[in-house]
Write a protein that binds this ligand. Structure first.
Ligand SMILES: [Ca+2]
Length: 114
């Protein structure tokens, strides 16, 4: 007997077994603890999926980063926004050029142009 042929057996996917059947859920969902035929969203944020800010949604989730940080290509971990710190370094160099022109020329070469 194929219970899966009957409509409304499982909310998402029905897998026919030799004895009975099993319900499976789409990615991002899990079987409901209350009703095994139903699927509920997985709260990935409870599983520490993101290194900083996690936003759960139905069937998915999204990682975000705090101010001054950007999301890495893995879409889970954050790194310091280096372009911002680099521009801060350049600002610092410009100030140094004004204060101490001879010394700052060496600083510019060693630090700013790295
Ligand atoms: Ca989710």
């Amino acid at each position: 007997m194929n219970e899966c042929a009957e409509s409304g057996t499982c909310q998402h996917t029905c897998v026919d077994k030799k004895v009975g059947y099993a319900c499976e859920c789409f990615p991002g969902f899990k079987t409901s603890p209350i009703n095994s035929q139903m699927c509920v969203d997985i709260d990935e944020c409870q599983e520490r999926a993101c290194s900083q800010i996690c936003r759960n949604s139905i069937g998915a989730y999204k990682c975000e980063c705090a101010k001054e940080y950007i999301l890495k290509d893995d879409e889970h971990t954050c790194k310091a926004n280096s372009s911002k710190s680099r521009s801060m370094l350049l600002d610092w160099c410009r100030i140094l050029v004004i204060i101490e022109p001879t010394f700052s020329f060496l600083v510019l070469l060693t630090q700013c142009l790295m």
